[in-house]
Design a protein around this ligand. Structure first.
Ligand code: AMP
Length: 590
């Protein structure tokens, strides 16, 4: 196996890293940029643009650009983008996996250029609260991008890997991750080499983007006060103001005041109106404090779930670009009674941790080893014999929480009623005895059971939880060995067949302007076949009766026209007609 990279596929930004001499490092692009904005678009020539270039056009051309696709992972949401040049109305639909695959492919290329070798193996991170479907979608995006996804790991776990823990004592670490679009807090327990997520809470609709929007409204108010006029409703003006707001926010992380100068935002009569003002850090802090208070509540919930008090925490780690805001650092420190650790790079540590894990998996000399655990108990809903008779809806745990992954476990259950023809296998995750109080993961039916008295049919239910946190359930009716299985897939991520995967990869290749080898070979064979058929047709034209000759001439000129227009579909269809025509003449002669 070659070298393997670690990838942080973020809502706002993504990075790729590798381990060298036991140390992880972020791989930059050719201009030295470490961060790739998670933004994809098509420019007004219809060319694919990814990263900063896509982000730059976002405000002016939102119909050609998409960002924050991570919020849709694991759903059947489609993004429709204008993909043609300026004069073209052409659009194309993309699944969240396909957009993510474009980002991953760009990172793969970045790594290949930086390392001077092909890169196919990767570890990709996801938020700890990602469901199974969201993890599957992430894995699929990697596959479409041409990556072999060695493992999907949790972002807070990856972040925790980047700082050395040498002691064999158990350390309890709180990872507070506030990015552009999402917030995630996890309590992680690290014992030597084993990192375990004890509890995790999050809000995938809270982040730096919300701070930008609050500041944007504040700037619009300032504009109104200064100019005694409303800001125009023009989307381009709004987009400029939002961009200005983000710049102000970032500047205020380093300075107590920052100037804002946006010229020509509107007009009053013949006078151009500008926004020229200064924003104090304190004003910005007042705007975002209520949102940050919500994050403190999530910390409390995560601690309660982990049955820990703030003083039980050995360390606090901050992750995500928005934790560069001084007020965030201050509020978290005050709330937990300890300062977050220094020296962890908030926007890079997830990718660095993923690279460490990737290094471990391909056998590099790396100090930290991640042994992840099942974060929630997994089981099924069963009928239970109680003092009140048989009652349905009890949660029977098959894989207990905290089991080290990968893990496989089986339990045997029997039918509850006489002549029961079918059983419903309903899978849940959680810790409550009542199945419905836990999170449903999926369900399916085992049918055509032999008709026997209650308890007479035994069904073995086998759970297989892999290193990516993906669960496969198989149930086997013991008498007949008849089995049925389910890969937990509750939010509509269909597994791609090998043909679909090949197609998705080829689509991606053509977006990146690369013809696949298979396509090259295919189109060369097609060209040769077509040339042979045209020569044969030309040769027999003079010997044909007038009506047939006319028909053949028309077909040949239609073919030339389609070839000239580069219309592959039409060309294929007409070539089929020409071959049939020639075959028909041949068989008539014979
Ligand atoms: P992430 O998703 O972790 O890449 O974080 C991206 C978010 O961090 C965006 O909302 C950025 O505007 C924000 N961000 C980046 N740098 C800073 C900074 N120095 N101060 C405040 N916010 C920042």
């Amino acid at each position: 196996m070659g070298r393997a990279v670690g990838i942080d596929l973020g809502t706002t930004n993504s990075e790729v890293a590798i381990v060298e001499n036991g140390q992880p490092r972020i791989l930059p692009d050719e201009s030295g940029d470490l961060i790739l904005p998670s933004c994809v678009g098509f420019d007004d020539q219809g060319k694919l643009v990814v990263g900063r270039e896509a982000l730059r056009q976002y405000a002016a051309a939102p119909e050609r650009t998409v960002r924050s696709i991570k919020r849709w992972m694991g759903t059947d949401h489609t993004t429709t983008l204008r993909v043609g040049g300026l004069a073209s109305e052409e659009t194309k639909d993309f699944s969240p996996q396909e957009i993510s695959a474009i980002i991953l492919r760009t990172l793969k290329q970045r790594a290949e250029t930086a390392l001077g070798e092909a890169v196919t193996e990767a570890v990709i991170t996801v938020p700890a609260y990602f469901t199974d479907a969201q993890r599957q979608a992430t894995k699929q995006a990697g596959e479409i991008a041409g990556l072999n996804v060695l493992q999907i790991i949790n972002e807070p776990t990856a972040a925790a890997l980047t700082y050395d823990i040498r002691s064999e004592e158990t350390e309890r670490v709180l990872v507070y991750d506030l990015g552009g679009g999402t917030f995630d807090v996890s309590v992680v327990e690290i014992t030597g080499a084993v990192t375990e997520v004890l509890a995790s809470h999050g809000n995938n609709r809270l982040g730096g983007d919300d701070f930008d929007r609050r500041l944007e409204l504040h700037l619009a108010d300032r504009f109104r006060q200064l100019n005694d006029a409303d800001l125009p409703e023009d989307p381009l003006v709004q987009a400029r103001l939002l961009q200005a707001a983000e710049q102000v926010k970032i500047a205020l992380s380093a300075n107590a005041f920052t100037p804002v100068r946006e010229a020509y935002l509107g007009t009053k009569g013949a006078t151009a109106l500008h926004l020229e003002t200064e924003v104090a850090r304190k004003d910005f802090e007042d705007l975002i404090r209520p949102l940050l208070t919500e994050t403190l509540e999530a910390i409390d919930r995560a601690l309660a779930d982990a049955q820990l008090k703030p003083e039980d925490l050995d360390r606090v780690i901050l992750v995500g670009g928005s934790t560069r805001i001084p007020l965030v650092q201050e509020m978290v420190a005050d709330h937990l009674g300890q300062r977050p650790v220094d020296g962890v790079q908030p926007d890079l540590c997830v990718a660095l941790g993923a690279a460490l894990q990737a290094g471990v998996l391909v056998g590099e000399e790396v100090e930290s080893i991640l042994v992840d655990v099942v974060p929630h108990s997994l089981g099924i809903s069963v009928v239970q014999d109680t003092p009140f008779g048989l009652l349905p809806g009890f949660f029977s745990v098959i894989i207990p929480r905290n089991s080290v992954i990968p893990i496989s476990r089986s339990e045997v259950y029997s039918t509850a009623a006489d002549n029961q023809e079918a059983v419903e296998i309903e899978v849940f995750q959680g810790e409550n005895q009542i199945a419905e109080e836990n999170v449903p993961l999926g369900a399916y039916k085992v049918e055509n059971l032999p008709l026997r008295p209650a308890g007479g049919v035994a069904i073995e239910v086998h759970f297989d939880f892999d290193i990516n946190g993906i669960l496969t359930v198989t149930s086997t009716e013991k008498g007949s060995n008849q089995s049925a299985s389910l890969v937990i897939n509750n939010a509509g991520v269909q597994k791609l067949s090998s043909q679909e995967l090949k197609q998705a990869r080829e689509d991606l290749d053509s977006l990146f302007g690369e013809e696949t080898e298979a396509e090259d070979a295919e189109s060369a064979a097609f060209d040769a076949e077509l040339a042979a058929a045209m020569t044969q047709a030309q040769g027999i034209l003079d010997n044909l009766e007038a009506e047939k000759a006319e028909e053949l001439r028309e077909l040949m000129s239609a073919l030339e026209e389609a070839a000239g227009a580069g219309d592959g579909e039409k060309l294929g269809q007409l070539q089929g007609e020409l071959t049939d025509f020639l075959y028909y003449l041949d068989s008539e002669e014979a």
